[in-house]
Design a protein around this ligand. Structure first.
Ligand code: BGC
Length: 750
């Protein structure tokens, strides 16, 4: 079976064209209607169609598909082509052959650059925040919304799908990724990609691979052993590709074990194209290509954003025999077959008005299912609006908006940055951008009888005074992140820890709402009565937060990353910073240094397999909030675990257990299944192998079945270069968080 292609588009062509068959005569530019070109027969496979086109192409046409046409700030590429739709990438089409341009846009949590193009995009919650729902259907919906809005804006390719696992929570792009567990992240990204590609948009998975720090990302050389790389970082990609069938993979800036990711034959050819049978194309991250012949042979198919290596240089390399024609054809074939497979030729995007209201609804629902209730002393939450007379709302511009994540993920807020005066909201790269979704307004709307007052939180004493005068204090706190920088620390910036401590000292009913891109430390955690992690909550964040605070929504999300007690508990004291010679620091002509390959500096992931919770488990370090943790306004109990081997091949397991809602509200419990592998496997204490979202009314019980894929129980055997099930005892652990696993049963595998 072909594992890596977009879903076949619906046949949209008239039957008369379909019966043309595959008879292929030489096609000239004047051969009549483009619809009659033989490769426009949608009943043929994408490979058949691509092969027909490649045969007709001149070398110049082939080269055209191998690169973008430049980005305005990155010399020396050609200026943006006239027909570009204004996104991050534009690849010219071949009109005489009916091949349209590829219009690429960043789309991590919504479509980027809508502001400068005079358009509108929905901001979904950050990828990490949405991943906290552990809901694959919602992942599909997330991707589908992005796909629809891309098409409405005239794009036919997404640059979303970030799935670098959280080895280093201070990585400035943590919010763009899907957490620290490869199975959760991989399955999640797969569902997002399926949703996007179902809209007939080319989907993408990135940044392949191990781009886990932004500091010196164009130069850093990541050292990591094969086994941990396969079992964690690369496993997220492997699963995402297997389940999502993205048509494109974006290789990353950094080096991996010596070679740049975009010219790394182990990553691009041995694994991706051979082992994983990836049929789509590999494109470089923007200025992530560093050579012509080497990169081409290693498996890079396409250079972005310009043509330093895959334009004239490629033509010369082909003509001089340094790059075989067959290799060039393979790159072109992969690009064309992706376009056919995803439907961008049969069903090109039609510009239309984005469905703003529909987008709000999806964004709010996804935010509600991603908000994690971390602490709820004495059932402080949900608040009962009918009994409250006064509420103090404090901090983080909660009067006007909620923070969003920056860099190429940034979605533009309608009307501009909410903290700027009306009409002055133009935004630029790495501004802290607040979306116009006001917690103060939504809280006022929920509690119309209460006096709801706001304090900006810039002066702790004034905030504490307001808190003291109110029955409940709700402090909004934020941590901003962006591409192009890493966090200096996991502490909340701008003295927000002091602010929270001061408010908590003034009011015993203090609730903290966190708007963060990664984990944060919370020295005040024991002093407040409620903590909600709202992440970057998107266009409708304030509505979602208010719905949780006032109980219209019963929280169900669980953390996709660990929150450590202190930074000293992380595997690395700090992120290795680049020496001066391997940075560009905004120098003019920086591209020359990048293209030439900056001097490498080294980072070593010697924690190996111990990523995220596996590190804290193995090192026996207590954490603040564990992976998989999250409270509800209800409570749940677990019972009656049975583990049954299925089939004869070994390793397929079926788990049955019962979950009961022991509280008084309807809710959804995410039931988590972990496995402890036999000692001989030499693994960290346990790994997530499955989960189920269980919807339960009060007092209701349900029997839950979770099937375990044997691949999730395997280890990577480097000597055999293969996955292996180690014989011995496997213990399955079931419960509501990685540290609350009341059910256990062991089975022996021969
Ligand atoms: C980022 C990519 C992004 C590309 C195009 C790069 O700087 O790393 O994630 O897709 O720019 O904007």
């Amino acid at each position: 079976m072909d594992l890596t292609q977009c879903p076949r588009p619906k046949t949209l062509l008239p039957v008369s064209i379909l019966i043309l068959g595959i008879a292929l005569a030489t096609v000239s530019a004047q051969s009549g209607s483009l619809d009659k070109l033989p490769w426009m027969n949608a009943s043929l496979s994408p490979d058949e169609r691509a092969a027909m086109v490649v045969k007709q192409m001149t070398i110049d046409e082939k080269i055209t598909l191998l690169h973008g046409t430049g980005l305005k700030d990155l010399s020396p590429m050609s200026p943006l082509a006239r027909d570009s739709n204004g996104g991050a990438g534009y690849v010219m089409g071949i009109p005489r052959l009916g091949i349209p341009a590829i219009q690429m846009s960043d789309a991590a949590y919504g479509v980027r650059q809508s502001g400068e193009n005079g358009r509108y995009s929905t901001a979904l919650p950050s990828d990490l925040g949405a991943a906290a729902s552990w809901d694959l259907d919602a992942g599909y919906e997330y991707g589908a919304l992005i796909g629809r809005e891309l098409r409405a804006q005239g794009y036919n390719m997404s640059l979303g799908g970030g799935v670098n696992i959280t080895r280093e929570p201070r990585n400035g792009r943590t919010f763009e990724y899907m957490g620290e567990d490869p199975i959760l992240a991989g399955r999640r990204v797969g569902s997002v990609i399926r949703g996007t590609q179902a809209q007939h948009v080319i989907g993408d998975i990135k940044h392949y691979a191990l781009n886990d720090q932004e500091s010196g990302r164009n130069a850093v050389n990541v050292h990591i052993d094969k086994r941990p790389m396969r079992e964690s970082d690369l496993l997220a990609f492997e699963i995402g590709i297997r389940e999502g069938h993205p048509a494109a993979v974006m290789c990353s800036y950094n080096r991996v074990n010596g070679d740049y990711a975009c010219e790394n034959s182990y990553l691009l050819t041995d694994l991706l194209k051979k082992d994983w049978n990836f049929k789509g194309f590999v494109l470089s991250d923007w200025q992530g290509a560093h050579s012509t012949a080497k990169a081409s042979a290693a498996g890079l198919d396409h250079e972005e954003p310009g043509e330093i290596f895959f334009g004239d240089a490629m033509k010369q390399a082909v003509q001089s025999g340094r790059v075989p024609m067959i290799e060039l054809d393979e790159h072109v074939h992969r690009i064309l077959r992706s376009m056919f497979a995803c439907g961008v030729i049969d069903d090109p995007p039609q510009k239309s008005v984005v469905d703003v209201v529909g987008g709000f609804e999806v964004s709010r629902r996804i935010a509600e299912h991603g908000i994690v209730l971390l602490r709820n002393e004495n059932s402080q939450l949900p608040l009962d609006a009918s009994r409250l007379h006064s509420i103090a709302v404090i901090g983080a511009h909660a009067d006007v908006g909620m923070i969003s994540g920056g860099g190429s993920a940034q979605v533009d807020p309608p009307g501009g940055n909410a903290i700027m005066p009306p009409g002055k909201g133009a935004t630029k790269w790495q501004d802290h951008i607040w979306f116009p979704t006001s917690p103060l307004k939504t809280i006022r709307a929920k509690a119309p009888a209460a006096k709801v007052q706001f304090d900006p939180g810039t002066d702790s004493a004034s905030a504490a005074a307001l808190a003291k005068s109110a029955e409940v204090a709700i402090v909004f706190a934020y941590q901003w992140e962006s591409e192009g920088m890493d966090l200096d620390s996991l502490s909340l910036p701008e003295h927000q820890d002091d602010l929270i401590a001061a408010v908590a000292a003034a009011n015993p009913h203090t609730i903290v709402v966190l708007e963060t891109g990664s984990s944060v430390t919370m020295p005040w955690a024991g002093q407040v009565s409620g903590i909600l992690e709202a992440w970057y909550a998107g266009s409708q964040g304030a509505e979602a937060v208010a719905n949780v605070i006032f109980g219209d929504v019963n929280p169900s999300a669980k953390l996709p990353i660990t929150f450590p007690r202190s930074e000293a508990d992380l595997p690395h004291r700090s992120i290795v910073k680049p020496p001066r010679e391997s940075t560009t620091n905004g120098e003019p002509d920086a591209w020359k240094k990048i293209a030439a390959g900056l001097p490498a500096f080294q980072t070593t992931y010697d924690e190996g397999l111990k990523v995220g919770y596996k590190w804290y488990d193995a090192e026996k370090k207590e954490v603040l909030f564990p992976f998989g943790y999250g409270l509800s306004y209800s409570t749940y109990s677990y019972s009656a675990l049975r583990v049954t081997p299925v089939g004869t091949s070994g390793g397929n397991m079926r788990l049955n257990f019962t979950v009961t809602n022991t509280g008084s509200r309807p809710g959804v419990e995410i039931a988590e299944v972990y496995a402890a592998l036999p000692a001989a496997a030499a693994e960290p204490p346990k790994r997530l192998v499955g989960w189920s979202r269980v919807k339960l009314n009060p007092a209701q019980s349900k029997e839950v079945t979770v099937e375990i894929d044997p691949r999730y129980l395997s280890i990577f055997n480097v000597e055999r270069n293969a996955w292996q099930l180690v014989p011995g005892d496997y213990t399955f652990l079931v419960g509501g968080s990685s540290q609350n696993l009341p059910l256990q049963e062991s089975v022996s595998l021969k």
